[in-house]
Structure formats: structure tokens, C-alpha cells
Write a protein that binds this ligand. Structure first.
Ligand SMILES: Cc1cc2nc3c(=O)[nH]c(=O)nc-3n(C[C@H](O)[C@H](O)[C@H](O)COP(=O)(O)OP(=O)(O)OC[C@H]3O[C@@H](n4cnc5c(N)ncnc54)[C@H](O)[C@@H]3O)c2cc1C
Length: 373
């Protein structure tokens, strides 16, 4: 049977970052992706924001890898001509309770090592954003936006240049533990099946990471790996109103998401989104009827937005470990030796800030592999 040293399942931004980080001459690495190219799922359906690391509990993987990933991403962009803008973000408070909430966020951000956060007064914010309503805001200057496609292309090219192989149009259907690793069974787009032996398997399968873990024999309910889909829709802001916004402007976060905010892209477009609601199926349709919810939740901050200004744009789905009504969960990045599966590394629940954290996640996984080898 054919053998490789390391298999990475999934070529979203996380799988690609890992491939780029661990690929080196003489190491046989195979990235398996069911689509015909990289980044066709969540990695191309997000806000493309380089987060700073405010919201996440101290010492969580989300906090640590986001803060590290933020710095790494800016370095990568500078060194490899990947477009980005460090435009900064305002989390705005519109009532007294939200003003208190900003102090809590400030403390959380500082706990996570962010020294550049600042509470700004209404007057200070209105010099930056004259058209919005607010009482005060938390300013995060190190938040930015990035060309995610170019970042993924850069990771893919780096990995290939260092000798990694990519098998696109191939879906992993089975993972069977063998004495020297795992027999990985694959089906290609013509329906042909083949299998090979991989010493190490890295599961970076995004929305399907729980299913892939189950292929290896893990009871995902016992270990808490079941993924819950949480959809986020975006509406485009037209009618010339995009010119009235200059920063990423967020309301205070909710228990499951960051709240409907302005999403600026590098082409100068502005969208509003994403909302957040749990769904049972992966379906990227944007429901026109949700316009009302968008208007209601954004009008307190953006009074100039009229119904005719917003049109359905796109949607993404968050791979959440947090089920509806449950407390937030951290990323799972786990070498499964304790489950009797040495050499299997699972990455589960890599929702936001997974894009920002991707280069730091890659370094974290590299360390795990080094210990393992
Ligand atoms: C609405 C929304 C907004 C977001 N905004 C931000 C943001 O602004 N900033 C930020 O940092 N993060 C953001 N995120 C999070 C970020 O997009 C994700 O954390 C990141 O894209 C996850 O990347 P991934 O590689 O783990 O997953 P994916 O991009 O989903 O890649 C997984 C890949 O695995 C493949 N795969 C699955 N099963 C198999 C199989 N059996 N065989 C072969 N291949 C398989 C899939 O086809 C897919 O290509 C957002 C997410 C959403 C949904």
C-alpha cells in the first residue's frame, strides 16, 4: 500500500496554513480536499477581518491564537504582498448598559495582552465617523481586513514549493487505525475509490470535522465534538451609503456571535452582517425576509440606512461546538493519543477567529507533530 507521512484533511485557510508551516523537503505531506480547489467553504464565506483578540476568555486557545495570529498575519501580508488594511474597529455602545459592557470588553482585551485598546468619547468617535449614533466606543486599532483568497493562495504555493502534494476533488470516506498509522480511504469525483497508509492524520475538515473524527472511531457525543451549524447572512449596503462608513463598526457581542456589524472589503464595498441563527443543513441562501431584522438591529447605530439600501449578499456557516443555549466553547486542537488514536490530530469548532488565528494554529499543530515524531 502507498504510504505518506502526514495527511491533512481539508484545504480551508487552516489546513492550508498547516500545510505551509509543516511542509519541508523530504517530508511526504498530502492535503486532501473534496472540492476542486482550496477555500470553497467557510474560508471564503466570512467577514475577512483580522481580529485583535478582545472577546475571548483569558488563556483560551481562541484568545492566545488570535492575538498571535493577528501579528503573524500582518507580517505575512507585508512579506508576501498580500493586500490588507489596518483600518481599525469601533465597538459602539448606544445605551448606559452597553457603555458598562465596553469596560468589561476593555478589561478582557487587556487581559489577553492588548495594550492598544482605548475607550473613546462620543465626540472623539464622531470625528472619525460623523454619521453614526453612539454614546461611546471601544477602539481597536490593530483590527484590519485582509484578502483571504490571496492569503490562501500564498499558503498553498508555499506548501507546494516545499514539496506538499494536493489531491483536490477527493473526499475522505474512511479512516482505519493500523499498527503504523491510519489507512485513509478516499473517493474521487469520478467515484473511484483508493486507500493509502498515513502515519499522521490531521483533521482540518471545518464544518465536517466532527464527521471526520467519527470516521476514525471517535464517539463525538461522548467527547463533545458534535458541530452545530450557525448561519450568518450578509446584506450589501448600496445607495451610496457605503461612503458614510470608514471603519469596522460593531455593536456589543451577543452570546453566540459578534453582532451585525459593518464589513468593509478591500474594494471599498460595505456589507452589513453577519446575523446568527442555528440551522440543520448547510445552505447558503440569504433570506430576503431577514432584511427587517437587519434594519432593526443596525438602525440605532446607522440611522441613515433605508430599506432600499440593503440587498441580500452572501452567507457563511459557523462550525460551532456551542449548541443553542449553551456556554461558549473554545477551539479543540487535540492529539488523540488518550483516545487510543496516536497520530490523529483533530481541529474541531474552528469558528471565528479561525481565519485570524490560522498561522498561529499552524505553529501550534507543528509543535504537536514535533512532539509526536
Ligand atoms: C459568517 C462568518 C464570519 C466569519 N468572520 C471571520 C472573521 O472576520 N475573521 C476571522 O478570523 N474568522 C472569521 N470566521 C471564521 C473563519 O472563517 C473560519 O474559522 C475559517 O475559515 C475556518 O477554516 P477551516 O480551514 O477550518 O475550514 P473550512 O474553510 O471550512 O475548510 C474545511 C475544508 O475541509 C474540506 N472537507 C470537509 N470534509 C472533507 C472530507 N471528508 N474530505 C475532504 N475534504 C473535506 C471542506 O471541503 C473544506 O474545504 C467567520 C466565519 C463565518 C461563518
Amino acid at each position: 500500500m502507498q504510504e505518506v507521512e502526514i495527511t491533512i484533511i481539508g484545504s480551508g485557510v487552516v489546513g492550508l496554513a498547516i500545510a505551509a508551516e509543516i511542509a519541508e523537503e523530504g517530508k511526504e505531506i498530502l492535503v486532501i480536499e473534496r472540492h476542486e480547489g482550496f477555500g470553497q467553504e467557510t474560508s471564503s464565506r466570512n467577514s475577512e477581518v483580522i481580529h485583535s483578540g478582545i472577546y475571548y476568555p483569558k488563556n483560551s486557545l481562541k484568545a492566545e491564537l488570535c492575538v498571535e495570529g493577528n501579528q503573524l498575519l500582518y507580517q505575512i501580508c507585508d512579506c508576501h504582498q498580500i493586500s490588507y488594511q489596518r483600518i481599525g474597529k469601533l465597538i459602539v455602545a448606544s445605551n448606559d448598559k452597553e457603555v458598562e459592557g465596553l469596560e468589561v470588553l476593555l478589561a478582557m482585551g487587556r487581559d489577553n495582552g492588548l495594550s492598544d485598546l482605548q475607550i473613546l468619547s462620543q465626540k472623539e468617535v464622531q470625528q472619525m465617523e460623523p454619521h453614526i449614533n453612539l454614546l461611546s466606543a471601544l477602539w481597536s486599532p490593530s483590527t484590519g481586513i485582509i484578502d483571504t483568497h490571496s492569503l490562501m493562495k500564498y499558503f498553498e504555493t508555499s506548501a507546494k514549493t516545499a514539496g506538499a502534494d494536493f489531491a483536490y476533488g477527493c473526499e475522505v470516506e474512511s479512516i482505519e487505525k493500523k499498527p503504523d498509522g491510519y489507512e485513509v480511504g478516499i473517493r474521487d469525483t469520478d467515484g473511484e475509490r483508493f486507500s493509502y497508509l498515513s502515519r499522521i492524520v490531521i483533521n482540518s475538515a471545518g464544518l465536517c470535522a466532527d464527521k471526520v473524527a467519527a470516521l476514525a472511531g471517535i464517539d463525538i457525543d461522548v467527547v463533545g465534538y458534535r458541530i452545530h451549524y450557525c448561519k450568518g447572512e450578509y446584506f450589501n449596503l448600496g445607495g451610496g451609503k457605503h461612503k458614510l462608513i470608514h471603519h469596522l463598526i460593531y455593536p456589543p457581542p451577543t452570546t453566540i456571535a459578534l453582532g451585525i456589524h459593518t464589513v468593509l472589503d478591500l474594494q471599498g464595498r460595505v456589507r452589513l452582517g453577519p446575523n446568527a441563527f442555528y440551522v440543520n443543513e448547510i445552505d447558503y441562501h440569504v433570506e430576503e425576509a431577514h432584511k427587517k431584522e437587519f434594519l432593526e438591529s443596525t438602525r440605532p447605530i446607522f440611522p441613515f440606512v433605508e430599506e432600499a439600501d440593503i440587498t441580500p449578499d452572501m452567507a457563511g456557516i459557523r462550525p460551532k461546538l456551542q449548541a443553542q443555549g449553551e456556554p461558549i466553547r473554545d477551539f479543540v486542537i487535540s492529539h488523540e493519543a488518550a483516545l487510543g488514536l496516536p497520530g490523529l490530530i483533530n481541529l474541531i469548532g474552528i469558528e471565528s477567529p479561525g481565519l485570524t488565528a490560522s498561522p498561529a494554529i499552524a505553529k501550534y499543530v507543528k509543535k504537536m507533530i514535533e512532539e509526536l515524531l
